[in-house]
Ligand binder design. Sequence first.
Ligand code: RB5
Length: 154
Amino acid sequence: MKVAFGCDHAGFGLKEAVVSTLKRLGAEVLDFGTHSGDSVDYPDFGERVGKAVASGEADLGVVICGTGIGISIAANKVPGVRAALCHDVYSARMSRAHNNANVLALGARVIGPGLAEAIVEAWLGTEFEGGRHADRVAKIEHLEQERVQEAPRS
Ligand code: RB5
């Protein structure tokens, strides 16, 4: 299982805990940065992780910024990405089981490393249930396709 990882400077403090948890759970981590606490722009990292997941380079992705909001919005702009911002274990589990979320977003200024590790473990350990949930996710994909087809061609 390959997991793309990305964070901004505000998410950097949680990076070590999350990356080591991913590795402990057997994931191969593709590290898209950032690599220090120097100020960077969260959309760049949401984009890198989103594109890695959407292209199939990675199976799943984890992104972190201060709140998790900005970087999840950015990742969700990449067609094929379903990024879920989760700050509790139940939501993390449901985002996989019902929404087939392929990117997990966390806010390093919202939760600490202990909860982040529990969320990552629950998220990675839950499978998509399919069935009626697959039909609903297909409707999301349909919306996305409409947007892609409407986009002006360059
Ligand atoms: C950076 O200061 C902060 O705005 C960013 O990490 C994130 O929280 C944005 O949504």
